[in-house]
Design a protein around this ligand. Structure first.
Ligand code: AMP
Length: 190
């Protein structure tokens, strides 16, 4: 199995690039942000609870996202591999993911980390907010909080996967096609 973590701050281009990697390597795309937004759209109890955190630009509690991932694994026993986008976002989530995957004998193959400067991220997210309909993309203070939370809670995962020799840093600046090509190369050299 090829199990990839597509990593990077909000606005790094993970969603766009995940779509490309899904097609190239025939993987199942797992975006916890998309799963949470689907719960909100369906007005489930989980969605209503998660929305409070998301609207403020904070992370949803680990137990909620880990539970969603565990159910997703059960529902997709025959996939060739997963590409995780926006998950894991904390060390506790990474540990839970390792446990779930190791029990299936299909560990993470590698983490591809998209490197983009903060100033560029804010511009990209505000721009996306004009068309995405996402309230967390429309307000610069919420965007700044998401980036701050990324640095505090999420960026330590680079060390987590680095210590397992699974980290590949990829330049996230340039055209979508250029970045896609760098990612493809990154996967091929894992
Ligand atoms: P995203 O679509 O990945 O930008 O996620 C949008 C929002 O959903 C984030 O700002 C968080 O509030 C929440 N979220 C998505 N994935 C996670 C996760 N793995 N852990 C905690 N919160 C998450």
């Amino acid at each position: 199995m090829l199990n990839l973590v597509l990593f990077g701050p909000p606005g790094a281009g993970k969603g766009t690039q995940a779509e490309f990697l899904v097609k190239t390597f025939d993987l199942k795309h797992v975006s916890t942000g998309d799963l949470l937004r689907a719960e909100i759209a369906a007005a489930t109890e989980l969605g209503i609870e998660a929305k409070k955190f998301m609207d403020a630009g904070n992370l949803v509690p680990d137990s909620v996202v880990i539970g969603m991932i565990a159910s997703l694994f059960k529902a997709n026993p025959d996939t060739k591999g997963f590409i995780f986008d926006g998950f894991p976002r904390t060390v506790a989530q990474a540990e839970a993911l390792d446990q779930l995957l190791n029990s299936n004998n299909a560990p993470i193959s590698g983490m591809l980390s998209l490197e983009v400067a903060d100033e560029e991220l804010i511009g990209r997210l505000l721009n996306r907010g004009k068309t995405s309909g996402r309230s967390d993309d429309a307000d610069s203070s919420i965007i700044e909080n998401r980036i701050k939370n990324y640095h505090i809670q999420t960026s330590p995962l680079k060390e987590y996967y680095g210590l397992q020799n699974k980290l590949t840093e990829v330049d996230g600046m340039g055209s979508i096609e250029e970045i896609a090509e760098r990612l493809k190369l990154g996967v091929e050299t894992l």
